[in-house]
Write a protein that binds this ligand. Sequence first.
Ligand code: C2O
Ligand code: CU
Ligand code: CU
Length: 501
Amino acid sequence: MRFKLFTLSFLSAALFLGCGGDDGASQAAKFSQPLAVPPVLAPVRTNGVDLYDLTAAAGSRAFISDRPATPTYGYNGMGYLGPTIRLTRGQAARIAIHNQLPADPSQMGSMPDTVPGATSVHLHGLEVPDTADITPHGCCSPLAPGGSATGAVFTPDQPSATLWYHPHPHMDTGRQVYMGLGGLMILDDPADAALGLPSTYGVDDIPLIVQDRRFKADGSFDYLSQPKDMEGMMGDHILVNGVESPYKQVAATRVRLRLLNASNRRAYLFALSDGRAFQQIGTDGGLLPAPAPVTEVMVPAAGRAEIVVDFSGDSGRNLTFASRAFVEAPGRGDGDGASSTLKEGAPFPIMQFRVGAAVPSSSLPAKLATLPTLTTGLVTVTRLFDLERGADDTINAKLFDMNRVDEVVKAGAWEIWSVTNYAGDIAHPWHVHGIQFRVLDRSTGALAPNDQGWKDTVRIAPGETVRMLMHFDKQDGLYMYHCHILEHEDMGMMGQYMVKP
Ligand code: C2O
Ligand code: CU
Ligand code: CU
């Protein structure tokens, strides 16, 4: 069992006080509330640079009808989550943050060594210098409550993609995200407008930020109250854009869904409950070469997928969007990490689409993007990363140390990173900052379409090795790589790599 010393006292206190979770109150699929769509944050342009201003603050939100409102965090007065940042390829931008979070040292989940309420902003998936994050690479010396900070100017130069932003203060990321901090970041390459993909935001181009949460009887989030929570927080209530089990009215037409798994730990095997095929058009870092017909897509924590669902023949019908059953650790039981009555890999409904009148839509283009051919011919270095061999939350037997650079990479190099989930009984979502890479192969078998585009977050199952082709062609700097189960990351399952000439 994964039981960390410094959490023992507060965990046992929590258990004795009986403030455990929501056992038995299983997810009721009501589909009674409309889906909210996060507003797009209008930037302020000065001297050709778009400034996106974020204010992090406490708020509250009534998530569940029969319980008091939940104390939350959110950006820009939203109470929970934040506005969508919309960047354009080639357009200079920067992010500013004003930290109005409470400096309450008693907040559950705050670990020793953290400044209570200190936060940062990491631009997940963007290939920009580490200084574009608020506090370099988001992790260390985060911004104390009351402070403001502005990241360095950056100019995105990568394909259109669905990315996101979230806090990254070491040892408090999990709690801050669970409380509600995070938001979508869409990057548009103007050249892709010619593809004619569904692109009316909130209408036929719909962001879905999917999260699971566990609530206490008093309505508050039930964060880290049980020993197994250290395996990664899970919950039995499914929120989409901060609304529990919502419905969304759509026209009978092709609809693009931008799926972001912003959960602390849970992976989703997204599918329509009638089992129909849909087209996957994009992965974490951009469009696929061509639409890929699939009936399900596995998205690990922090991953994204863009899909197009054809509702043309469905006027008047209601369709359920769901997560299908899957086995987390084939041959190894279901892992020991299930801290929710809704286990990892259990099937459950997520939301409902209510299909209205028909609206004609053009078919998808046969070709979406040109990706470089996958060749290892230029690779000069292969690095091995061993997850949790010997000790929990380690990478290559080490816990994170902000004063240690784990890997030094030559600028411009082609490398293979081979990541092994050697002996674990749960899957780890492997994430690397500052780069989009390609998956070369999985030791367990074939690659799904979701493995075949630009990636920054890859699920690595127990016993599996995944090899990635990395080309460090963008910029020098100090970046992180880590498991994106936020509690693992907070416990130290993270390392740093330096790119230099
Ligand atoms: Cu979503 Cu260190 O990242
Ligand atoms: Cu990242
Ligand atoms: Cu992990």
